[in-house]
Design a protein around this ligand. Structure first.
Ligand code: SF4
Length: 566
């Protein structure tokens, strides 16, 4: 067996935002439209993902002439196309969906604006790459494509020129090409158009490659950005390999490798990176001990099986009962747990990955969905039955909220509204955890019930938004029903910090007014955990999905423990 190696996976590995957005778009179209869907060229350069898309009737065509029906949707992929070609396809009867990455659009605009002002265009990139072909179409004057400094040195004399980079270009190559081009130009504008996700990926790759004995680059062999990433690694690391699948790894590769770094191109799905990581652990002697493996498998079941979420709902109900001053009812605690379990499983049943791994996993996936639906129905009905023992008002409200929650994932008109998923989830939990105890105890909602409802609503809203952040970063399809997707990162974090500040201010005011001061102080302490969690997410320290879901739901358990201690 080889030495035990330290394995690091690049934080920037996996789909870039442009690719993720394009995949989300076509899968959403496939879900809601009966028309045939075509992409103009393969959506991404990854064989496995392309095969999965084909199974969903999303095919790639090299030209619109290959589409024989007008009842079709044509998707322009993230790389973009020349404006003349776009005008041509928009004149046809086909429905056209533009999934060009906004960062590519910026380069297109940059080229068009400068060329209109009389600047010649120089693009540093691969002249056969679809993005470069698209960019060339935006130059309204002379345009040259160079692969690097050697070709740039041979450029003809130009009075004034604008040099741009293909978005996935290597920074060193771009600046060297710009220096070489300067000699041929009277005036040269250097527009560094390498996109930010690529810059982050390259910076991380350079830093880790220098300190690694072995670098594994995962991604399609025909992917230009993966090939470029591999070139950097090959230059800097002691040993580097470019693989498409985990079964290309061999044990000899890990001999003497104390530090292993795994990175991936912008078109590599995260499930593929996970498979490579698993295999690398096995071959480098880093596989988990059998006991740790069993524990992590069991924990995965607890989290993906929604049991931890059910416990979180029980904990929040306990906190709300304390806030409202009602006796702690075991029936209500159980009902809240069943309710949360049911709705969470109903959601799991409709969740979709951007690309399902392989056939065996697909089969498991289908079985898991059937199980999720069945368990959601059974536990939900149990929760509603239990609510009948708590009075007819609680029963009616429980039946209403459960039915609405169950139907929500199945195209309720409400699902089209931005952030509707987070709002509906928060409303459902706020009813079950805060309103139901008040109704049961006093027959009507008191002031403290209203306070508890607001508290629960805001906490669960934050929980749902943070879950959306995780899903959006792990190849899950997230639509505008999720706040993060609808509002974007900046607004999302601004909203989350504002809610947190509002909750903290409310608890401080209650403490100052002498209203349950010990409880208010305990809950205020619990919000510090929330603050840490938000900062952790904001700094993009996004952990893998199971850990993230555990961290998010632990907040309620922590609040319950603090409330219990006072
Ligand atoms: S590599 Fe950059 S520019 Fe290209 S699709 Fe991805 S995010 Fe957009």
């Amino acid at each position: 067996m080889s030495e035990r190696a330290q394995i690091t996976v690049a934080k920037s590995a996996g789909f870039c935002p442009g690719v993720k957005n394009a995949i989300d778009k076509v899968l959403e179209l496939a879900k809601h439209s009966k028309k045939s869907i075509y992409t103009l060229g393969p959506l991404i350069h990854n064989k496995q993902v392309i095969e999965t898309l084909r199974e969903k009737n999303i095919s790639a065509v090299s030209s619109v002439d290959e589409i024989k029906t007008s009842d079709a949707i044509l998707v322009i992929r993230a790389h973009g196309i020349p404006p003349a070609e776009e005008a041509k396809i928009r004149a046809l009867t086909l429905e056209v969906v533009d999934a060009t990455c906004p960062l590519v659009k910026r380069v297109q605009e940059n080229i068009r604006d400068h060329s209109r002002r009389g600047y010649a265009t120089i693009i540093v990139g691969d002249r056969d790459h679809a993005e470069v072909i698209g960019l060339m179409g935006y130059a309204e004057g002379p345009c040259h494509v160079v692969s690097g400094p050697e070709e740039a040195a041979a450029l003809p004399r130009m009075e004034k020129a604008n040099i741009v980079a293909q978005t996935t270009q290597e920074a060193d190559v771009f600046f060297a090409a710009a220096e070489a081009a300067r000699k041929a130009c009277g005036e040269l504008i250097v527009s560094n158009t390498i996109c930010n996700p690529t810059k982050q990926r390259q910076t991380e790759t350079v830093e880790f490659s220098r300190n690694s004995d072995l670098v594994i680059v995962v991604g399609g062999k025909n992917s230009a950005n993966t090939a470029r990433l591999f070139q950097i690694c090959e230059r800097l690391a002691k040993k580097a390999v470019h693989i498409e699948r985990e079964d290309e790894l061999r044990e000899e590769l890990f001999k003497g490798a104390a530090k292993v770094f795994i990175t991936a191109g912008a078109s590599t799905p995260s499930w593929m990176i996970e498979k490579v990581l698993e295999k690398a652990r096995e071959l480098s002697g880093r596989a988990e001990s059998p006991l740790a493996e069993k524990f992590s498998f069991a924990w995965k079941l607890v989290v993906t099986g929604s049991l931890y979420t059910a416990l979180a709902a029980v904990a929040l109900t306990y906190v709300c009962m304390k806030l409202e001053g009602t006796p702690v009812s075991r029936k209500l605690l159980l009902m809240a747990g069943l309710f949360a379990f049911s709705l969470h499983m109903a959601n799991r049943a409709v969740e979709k990955g951007a690309a399902a791994p392989d056939k065996a996993r697909n089969l498991l996936f289908v079985r898991y969905k059937t199980f999720s639906r069945a368990s959601a129905l059974v536990t939900g009905m149990l929760a509603v039955l239990l609510s009948a023992a708590l009075g007819w008002k609680v029963f009616l409200a429980a039946a209403f909220f459960w039915a609405a929650g169950m139907m929500y994932p199945y195209k309720l008109p409400l699902a089209a509204f931005p952030a509707s998923k987070d709002t509906v989830t928060a409303l459902g939990w706020a009813f079950m955890c805060a309103w139901a105890p008040g109704l049961w105890h006093a027959g009507t909602a008191s002031k403290s019930t209203h306070l508890a409802v607001l508290f629960a609503f805001l906490l669960v809203f934050m929980r749902s938004v943070l879950s959306g952040v995780i899903n959006a970063h792990s190849d899950m399809i997230v639509g505008k029903e999720n706040f993060y997707k609808a509002a974007g990162p900046r607004l999302t974090y601004a909203a989350l910090f504002s809610i947190l500040a509002f909750l903290a201010a409310t608890l401080l005011a209650l403490k100052g007014l002498g209203w349950k001061p010990h409880l208010a102080a305990a809950l205020l302490t619990g919000l510090v955990y929330y603050l840490g969690l938000l900062l952790f997410f904001l700094l993009r320290r996004l952990p893998e999905r199971i850990t993230a879901e555990t961290l998010i739901d632990t907040q309620f358990i922590l609040l319950a423990l603090l409330a219990w201690a006072v």
